[in-house]
Design a protein around this ligand. Structure first.
Ligand SMILES: NC(=O)C1=CN([C@@H]2O[C@H](COP(=O)(O)OP(=O)(O)OC[C@H]3O[C@@H](n4cnc5c(N)ncnc54)[C@H](OP(=O)(O)O)[C@@H]3O)[C@@H](O)[C@H]2O)[C@@H](O)CC1
Ligand SMILES: [K+]
Length: 501
């Protein structure tokens, strides 16, 4: 799903009115109606509903909603924060409610459902005074809080809080989701997000010049690499996993299993000879390319054998558990000098730091840093990246247009060129050593099946994160192990194949 900023949404709104002759009042009526149907399923006639309305069209949506609840006999009250200087359509709908003698409250009382229709995409500055007071009261009440379009106080373009913001349990966003709902801290304030279709022609959204997308389930359906009856193990790619050290033999094992679980046909682990028996016990399906080692880590003498072998593979994964000795830079360089599709993860990114500027035009390259690794790679303070990951990610992908960047965090991003895909699946059960190795294995396993880098990264990120969400049905965020994710990859692939996800 394409994500829009508030300004982009306002321009869509304008085009719907001017070019498609949809009256603005009709759009508001449609918004209120869809809100009514969505909220009706969450409340009963015993609930005491308060709808808090601001002065713009977000408030107008609230007035339409109030009228519909009133008409159906629900206990609904309005809190009108402004009665002068209203937008035209807000004025019409407030007057309508007044004419019907709906109940107006002066403050939050014993209401157990509060609808926040204070500010939407028109929020233009820091919230102060009476608006701040009411938002703080909403946040301390025990009521279920439902925000219309976006929690009031969240900037729809970047997810920042403008002074104070409503903490919603549910956000019902109109026509298409706004970027700010999915970026921190907006994501935390938005609760569960649903999108309501209010009848704006979809082509108007398609035509918006936005390259920011939500990696949602609908997007994943077409991304599974195709399988055919007429095939063999060679059909589904050969991957070479270069990594491992005596201190970290599990990382390469988990990455290897993940690559195999995502459908890759043949796998070879290129690892220090001394950990071969450990990895072999864990990954029964692997072949081996034992590499020279010193102090338990691969040495640069490995470059000779790697150079000879690289042409045999459809993807190389380097980095999982490989360690940080200087020799790893030579090993990485040999692989970068070849044409083989390559994913660089973990300590491989450490080795990449000084090599990177020399490979501006290296094709078929995926890197999977977390925020700190990315900070080191691009020499920018990690706090600045956390504050605006999209800006810094896009600056990087503009400079390195062939690299697919997978930027890992609570909300993760896949970026390539000017495109951004935001992943909001996953949970803090993934905050455990080994989780990144599994992700790197899944993505490179998909890439080995001749799937392009961007699609491999988008689908791989989803398989990884959504597996963690499925695990929560039977486990807790405390107990999830990265190796548990394998159980669910299969369930998700089955769901994608059968269209049942
Ligand atoms: N897009 C669509 O397709 C459709 C959109 N619809 C709905 O419209 C919403 C957007 O409506 P909107 O543009 O009228 O803006 P909205 O958020 O209601 O508030 C603007 C008002 O707040 C004021 N104000 C701003 N910041 C302030 C502050 N810090 N403190 C105090 N005041 C502040 C601002 O004043 P001003 O900045 O002009 O001084 C203005 O008066 C959208 O989210 C959706 O719910 C649907 O009805 C139908 C189709
Ligand atoms: K709102």
């Amino acid at each position: 799903m394409k994500l829009l900023s508030g300004k982009q949404m306002a321009s869509v709104d304008k085009r719907a009115i001017e070019e498609y002759d949809i009256p603005s009042l009709q759009l508001m009526e449609q918004a209120g109606t869809q809100l009514y149907y969505a909220i009706k399923d969450m409340v009963s006639k015993d609930d005491r509903i308060l709808i808090v309305c601001g002065s713009g069209n977000n408030g107008g949506d609230g007035y339409v909603l109030a009228r519909l609840f009133y008409g159906e006999g629900y206990q609904v009250e309005l809190l009108a924060l402004e009665t002068k200087d209203l937008s035209e359509d807000c004025r019409v709908n407030l007057d309508f409610c007044a004419d019907l003698h709906l109940d107006f409250a002066s403050e939050i009382g014993n209401h157990n459902v509060i609808v926040d229709a204070i500010f939407g995409t028109g929020l233009s500055r820091n919230i102060e005074g009476k608006y701040k007071d009411i938002i703080e009261k909403i946040n301390t009440s025990d009521a279920k809080v439902i925000s219309v379009d976006i929690p009031s106080g969240i900037n729809s373009s970047d997810g920042k809080v403008l002074g104070v913001a409503v903490k919603a349990d549910i956000t019902l966003t109109l026509q298409t989701a706004k970027i700010g709902l999915y970026l921190y801290p907006g994501r935390v304030y938005s609760g569960k997000i649903s999108v309501l279709d209010i009848g704006i022609p979809p082509i108007l959204i398609d035509e918006v010049n936005s390259n920011i997308y939500l990696s949602d389930k609908a997007m994943m359906k077409g991304l599974l690499p195709k399988r055919s009856i007429h095939s063999n193990k060679g059909t589904y790619g050969k991957i070479l996993c270069v990594g491992g050290s005596t201190k970290m033999s599990g990382a390469i094992s988990m990455a290897a299993i993940a690559a195999l679980r995502s459908g890759c046909g043949l796998l070879t682990c290129a690892i220090p000879e001394s950990i071969r028996s450990i990895v072999a016990t864990n990954v029964l399906e692997s072949m081996y390319l034992p590499l020279p080692e010193k102090d338990g880590q691969i040495t640069k003498e490995a470059t000779t054998v790697l150079k000879e072998q690289l042409d045999n593979y459809s993807c190389v994964l380097i980095g999982c558990g490989i360690g940080r000795s200087e020799d790893i830079v030579d090993v990485l360089q040999v692989i970068l000098d070849s044409d083989v599709p390559l994913l660089i993860d973990a300590d491989g990114l450490y080795a990449l730091k000084d090599l990177l500027p020399h490979y501006k035009h290296r094709e078929h390259l995926i890197i999977t840093p977390h925020m700190k690794e990315f900070s080191r790679l691009i020499n920018i303070d990690v706090d600045k990246i956390v504050d605006d990951p999209i800006k810094h990610g896009l600056q990087f992908t503009a400079e390195y247009p062939n690299i697919t960047l997978v930027l890992k965090s609570e909300t993760s991003f896949v970026m390539q060129g000017d495109r951004v895909y935001i992943n909001t699946y996953g949970n803090n059960g993934l905050a455990k050593g080994g989780s990144g190795d599994v992700l790197a294995g899944i993505i490179s396993g998909l890439n080995a099946q001749k799937q392009n880098e961007l699609e491999s990264a988008i689908l791989g990120m989803f398989l990884h994160a959504y597996s963690a969400d499925l695990l929560l049905e039977e486990q807790t965020v405390y107990s999830i192990l990265p190796s548990d994710l394998f159980k669910k990859i299969d369930v998700i692939i089955k769901g994608l194949e059968g269209d049942t996800l």
